[in-house]
Design a protein around this ligand. Sequence first.
Ligand code: ATP
Length: 613
Amino acid sequence: MTPPSSAISPFSGFVGVFRYSRRALALVWETSHWMMLGLALCTLVAGVLPAVAAWVGQLIVDGVVSAMETHQAATDPNLLVSITPVLKLVFIEALIIGLIALAQRGLSAQQSLLRAMLGQKVNVMILEKAGQLSLSQFEDSELYDQLTRARREASTRPLALVNKTFGLLQNAISLGSFGVLLIQFSPWALLILVAGALPVFLSEAKFSGDAFKLFRWRSPQTRMQIYLETVLAREDSIKEVKLFGLESLFLKRYRDIFTQLFAEDRRLTIRRESWGFLLGLLGTLSFYAAYGWVVIETIAGALTLGQMTMYLMVFKQGQAALSASLTAISGMYEDNLYLSNLYEYLEQPTNAEAGHLTQGVAPGDGLRFEHVSFSYPGGSEVLHDISLHLAPGKSIALVGENGSGKTTLIKLLTRLYHPTTGRILLDGSDLKHWDTQALRARVGVIFQDFVRYQLSVGENLGVGDTQAFDDKQRWQQAAHNGMADDFIVRMPNGYQTQLGRWFKNGQELSGGQWQKIALSRAYMRENADILVLDEPTAAMDAAAEAEVFARFREHSRNKMTILISHRFSTVRSADQIIVIDQGGIIERGTHEELLESNGRYATLFRLQAKGYR
Ligand SMILES: Nc1ncnc2c1ncn2[C@@H]1O[C@H](COP(=O)(O)OP(=O)(O)OP(=O)(O)O)[C@@H](O)[C@H]1O
């Protein structure tokens, strides 16, 4: 298998290397002005001082040579007088080295603090964006891949990029100052150093590009690995994994993915390092050529010993700084590629889904579906030409086989998706013109797959209305309506009891108890006048179910209610029962009317009643 070629080629537009550097720098600047200034200062100090140290080194060696000569030539030699100027220089050199060490410590301290702050900032940006994405964007596997890639990698990349940018700057300053010294020896020497280091850089740039393409191309497999880790190591799946004996099956799949990915990694690493070694030899060769040249010039008497020491040091450090700069540039290229993924994700257009209406043009008209059809993105039609009207104070029950489209209809009503054709009106105004908050405030809904939050009991209710998230009285009222209060008060810490198994002292609930929590959560929405229950009692015992519906009728007297259930005993009292089959409405009417017409509903009802007899 070979990764498909990407639009990003390593050599296309070399300036691309710096494309995201400005944004990464801006991000660091926003995170902390002071630390960014501190980084700049330390970078400058650590960049300039090595050349100064090399220059002082030359003065020391030449000082020693001349001190030796004067000392030996003197008739009355005084050691202290001869060595004092050199010792002063040694002291200055020690001071410079101390300052370089200080600047480097300062750099690493600020980098590690910034890493933590920046990691948090980028993660918050990623999660905030996730909150703005629509459900269909979430269900798009490409976008999900992008999100996973961004979360896994990109939170550390901005700082890496900034570090490299500063590192590059530091090395560039060092190189500039070395260059000033070197050019006095020969401009050709400079050229030899640059030419020696260039090939390694080019190969680095190429292989970084390849590594990124590989990373991007295989994120579905990586995601499968993360998923398998989750299934194998999470309490909510481990029960089934154990009972079905899935451990070895899933572990094998996990290992196979690794083996496949590792083979690609190995291939790339070997190629990258082999080329790096071969081309790196050119750099070493150029360094030793320059080395030999300096030695010859010194022996020929064109350079002093001090100059020779300085040039050798400058060559050595200059070569190190140059290859560090070039590696930084190729590293920046890689960081830029990863950041491009982060920004691609952050710049995903969010559907401008909301309008501004907080009230419909015909208050009191209720809910209308007008010839609504719908297909999921990339899928075939799952709802076809649905028309219905639900007036305030009335109830509708939706019945139909699995997969007939009942839940999808609720997703459209709550505007998690938009109809493909037709429209849905609330109080005479199209849902798409409603303000999101105003619309959602009017709807209380529990889906079959409601969330079991690993939070306290009270908070599990409070999420139903964020305005009353901590309101204990409202919790109690909602729990009473949803019939959860009697088991909550028997729990060790009542409403403060931690639920689920993720955190210490967490208490697990039964399926029916969780369902009562979810039902109570829907009752938290006191102001909602549309209540939707999608199979709210499937996990409850018969007595609880009967009581839930008695209470539901009582609390929803002036509201619009939509109930989805496979139990005909619960739907029979609805004002209107709608039978959906393969996405279309095939029958509608009251329980009595439908029995009389003797269609699908009547058949299914009798079948179920027979089962109970
Ligand atoms: N997110 C989705 N993306 C694509 N197709 C989906 C999605 N959710 C549901 N479907 C498809 O839409 C159809 C209707 O599903 P829906 O969940 O509305 O059925 P339902 O009547 O609520 O079924 P059940 O009684 O089993 O809850 C099914 O064929 C299903 O495969």
